[in-house]
Design a protein. Structure first.
Ligand SMILES: [Zn+2]
Ligand SMILES: [Zn+2]
Length: 384
C-alpha cells in the first residue's frame, strides 16, 4: 500500500465532471432497482447492456490504451473507427486527452507532482478525484502525442467530443430501446448502468491496480499484477508487467493469464485487421523476473540472524549466491552471443547454418533461465 497520502490543496472544482459522475452514479443506484422491481428488465435489455459494456471496455483497452497510447500494434482503419465509436461512448474523454495523460502517467509514474493519477496520492485521488478538480498535475499538454495529432479522425473526435459523446450515450441505447420496445429499460440499463460500471472498472486500473496485488517484475513503481482485477478489466489487471513492458500488446503475458484484449488483438491479426504486434523478448521477461527473485531472496536472507545461524540457513545462503553467479554468467553469455550475431551480420558473411547456431545458443540460455526461475521459486519458499 502507498504511504499516507499528503493533504491536497483545494484546486478549483470541475463542475461538469463532478455533476456527470455524481448524477450518473445516483441515477444508477436509484433507477436500476426501481425499474427492476416495478417493471423488470427484459433479456434484450441485459443483452444490449452486456454488448455495450464489453464494446466500451474493449475500445478503451485495445483502442485507447494499447493501440493509441502505447502503439503496441497497428490496426486497420475499420477497426480504428469501431474503437473510436465505442471509445467515445465510454465517456472517458478524447483519445488526445486520454493518451496524453496516460503517457505522462507512464513516464512519471507515482510522482505526486507529475503523474496525473499518482496512486501515492491515495485511492480516491487515483480513482476519480484527479478528474474532479483542476490539479496542476492534470494540466493538458499534448506535446507528447505528436503521432496522434497527425490523425485527422482523432482530431475530429477531439474537436467534437462533447456532442459526439452525449449523442452516442443517448442515441445508441435509445435506438436499441426502440428496436426492442423498451426505451426506458434500455436507457437505464444499457445507458446509465453500463456507463457507470464501465467508468469505475477502468478507474480501478489507476487506483486498485496500483495498490492491490503482486509485483513479480519490478518494485520500482506501485503497479501490481492482480488476476481478479484482470477478469473485470479485460486483462488490464496485469499492471506490473504492463508498467515495465508497456509496448507489449499483452498485459497478461502468459498464455493462461486472463487477457481478452490480447486475445482480441491476436485473433484479429488472422483477419488482417491488426498487424505488427509487439512482443517483449522472452529473455527480457526472464531477466526481470529473476532480478526480482534475487532482490527478494537477498532481503529475506538479510533478515535472518547473522550469528549462530543454523547450518540450513548457511546452505540456503550458499545456494542463493551460487544461483546468482550462474544468473550473471547467463546474462554475460547472452550479451556475448548477441554481440557475435551482430558482428556476423555486419560482416555480411553469414553462412546458412550460422544464425541457426547462434539462435540455438540463445534459446538454450532461455531454457537455462527458466529452469533457474523454478529453482529460485523453491528456494524462495524455503526462505519464507
Ligand atoms: Zn498505471
Ligand atoms: Zn499503459
Amino acid at each position: 500500500m502507498p504511504e499516507t497520502p499528503r493533504s491536497e490543496p483545494q484546486a478549483p472544482l470541475i463542475w461538469s465532471n463532478a455533476l456527470m459522475f455524481a448524477l450518473t452514479a445516483a441515477a444508477a443506484l436509484v433507477l436500476v432497482p426501481w425499474y427492476g422491481l416495478t417493471h423488470g428488465f427484459s433479456g434484450a435489455d441485459w443483452g444490449v447492456f452486456v454488448f455495450f459494456l464489453v464494446a466500451n471496455g474493449m475500445a478503451i483497452t485495445a483502442g485507447y490504451h494499447r493501440l493509441w497510447a502505447h502503439r503496441a500494434y497497428e490496426a486497420h482503419w475499420s477497426l480504428r473507427a469501431l474503437y473510436l465509436l465505442f471509445g467515445t461512448m465510454a465517456l472517458q474523454n478524447s483519445v488526445f486527452a486520454w493518451c496524453s495523460g496516460h503517457r505522462t502517467h507512464h513516464l512519471h509514474v507515482d510522482d505526486e507532482d507529475r503523474d496525473p493519477y499518482s496512486a501515492r496520492r491515495g485511492f480516491w485521488f487515483s480513482h476519480i478525484g484527479w478528474m474532479l478538480r483542476e490539479y496542476p498535475s492534470g494540466r493538458e499538454d499534448f506535446s507528447n502525442i505528436p503521432d496522434l495529432r497527425k490523425d485527422r479522425l482523432l482530431a475530429f473526435q477531439h474537436r467534437y467530443y462533447v456532442p459526439l459523446a452525449v449523442g452516442l450515450n443517448f442515441g445508441l441505447p435509445l435506438a436499441a430501446g426502440l428496436l426492442f420496445h423498451d426505451v426506458l429499460g434500455m436507457l437505464i440499463l444499457a445507458g446509465v448502468l453500463r456507463l457507470v460500471w464501465s467508468h469505475h472498472v477502468t478507474f480501478f486500473i489507476n487506483s486498485l491496480a496500483h495498490m492491490w496485488g503482486s509485483r513479480p517484475y519490478t518494485e520500482d513503481n506501485t503497479a501490481r499484477d492482480n488476476p481478479v482485477l484482470a477478469v473485470i478489466t479485460y486483462g488490464e489487471g496485469y499492471h506490473n508487467f504492463h508498467h515495465i513492458f508497456a509496448h507489449d500488446y499483452r498485459n497478461g503475458v502468459r498464455w493462461w493469464q486472463w487477457d481478452p484484449t490480447k486475445w482480441l488483438i491476436a485473433s484479429l491479426q488472422v483477419l488482417g485487421l491488426t498487424r505488427r504486434l509487439k512482443r517483449t523478448p522472452v529473455f527480457q521477461i526472464q531477466r526481470a523476473l529473476l532480478a526480482m527473485q534475487f532482490r527478494r531472496a537477498q532481503a529475506r536472507l538479510a533478515r535472518l540472524p547473522a550469528s549462530g545461524a543454523a547450518a540450513h540457513i548457511e546452505s540456503l545462503r550458499a545456494r542463493v549466491a551460487h544461483e546468482y553467479e550462474s544468473f550473471l554468467a547467463a546474462l554475460a553469455e547472452w550479451a556475448r552471443v548477441k554481440e557475435q550475431r551482430l558482428a556476423e551480420k555486419k560482416r555480411a558473411v553469414l553462412e546458412q547454418w550460422e544464425p541457426a547456431r547462434l539462435q540455438r545458443s540463445l534459446r538454450e540460455i532461455e531454457r537455462r533461465l527458466s529452469r533457474q526461475l523454478r529453482r529460485m521459486r523453491v528456494l524462495q519458499a524455503q526462505l519464507a
